[in-house]
Design a protein around this ligand. Sequence first.
Ligand SMILES: [Mg+2]
Ligand SMILES: [Zn+2]
Length: 202
Amino acid sequence: MTDAPQAAVFLDRDGVLNDPVPDPVDGRAESPLRAADVALAPGAVAGLAALIDTGLPLVVVSNQPAAAKGKVADENLLAVHDRVVALLAAEGLEIADWRYCFDHPRALDVARRDCACRKPRPGLLTAAAADHGLDLGASWIIGDTDADVGAARAVGATAVLVEHPDTAHRRSPDLVADAVVPDLAAAAAWVAARVDRHVALR
Ligand SMILES: [Mg+2]
Ligand SMILES: [Zn+2]
């Protein structure tokens, strides 16, 4: 055994674990804002099971600015979180660590406008690394937008971009991921093929 920093897998939530839903105003895919709107994304169950099998620590890192922008109450976001956790639990899947940024540059509350944790800023990642002794440079980030790739770049992690069909408007050709895959099942397979199991399971 050793206390050396350990690689981890950071997972974005919307577009990776669960499907986004159309915004009622402009029709664009956004985070679900009601528990009843939550559905697991294609490949999420198989992919998460495969990631759990790697033995690597898993941490969810997600931007959830809707309450800060005044679109919903904080309770809505908590209810959505609970629903995602429950749907995964119904499949026998559990993630120990969920980290959210609830801030936004146009937040009604000025104090929530300039945070260190809204992806692509790395605050959620660095906080998890400090709490768990993680080696961010040896870690993976799986997400469906430029913000996820940017957060990976900010800490030297490996970026796996999931091309959820509903969130193409949040991906540009400017940020190049280390792998581009269709869903979490494919992302997990790509990561698992690169995990040093001796390291992961020590
Ligand atoms: Mg996402
Ligand atoms: Zn934040």
